[in-house]
Unconditional design. Sequence first.
Length: 166
Amino acid sequence: MASDTSQTKSSSQTEILYSYTTPRYVQREHSPVWYGIFGLISLILLSYAIFTQSPMMFVVFFLLTVLVILTLHNTPEEITVTITDEGIELSENEVYPYTMIKFFGILQDEEASFISLFLHEGMMRYIRIPLTGENPEDIANILEQFIERKDGQESLVDKLDTILHL
């Protein structure tokens, strides 16, 4: 799966240090109990919005419920992650130069491992990239040549994802 290479792109003379293909996000399996609890929480939140006579709250909770359901049943696209001497590319139009990255960390849970990128600026100040079968330490050793490593800096979203198995 990994193609650990030291080749050069002909057009921009950027050295490719590591490249692999992975789904954009890790799709988790959910039990019927998980769906039951999710449905119950959604029903309670929607009922609360009706009880407080807040149409805006109802719309927000309803849209969140629909968004979670659609996301759970959506198959993630395959992306090629390319680590170069200039930055990390997730696609042609999604490139993160090392100058934009404050630090990175490796997050490992029982189901998957991720590279967590913390950015200096932008709307998305945090990017999580699945490692899907890659050796996290091999990738960390490459990235440490360019940016600082801080493990254990997972965001609130990561913590909720781990707890709720979203």
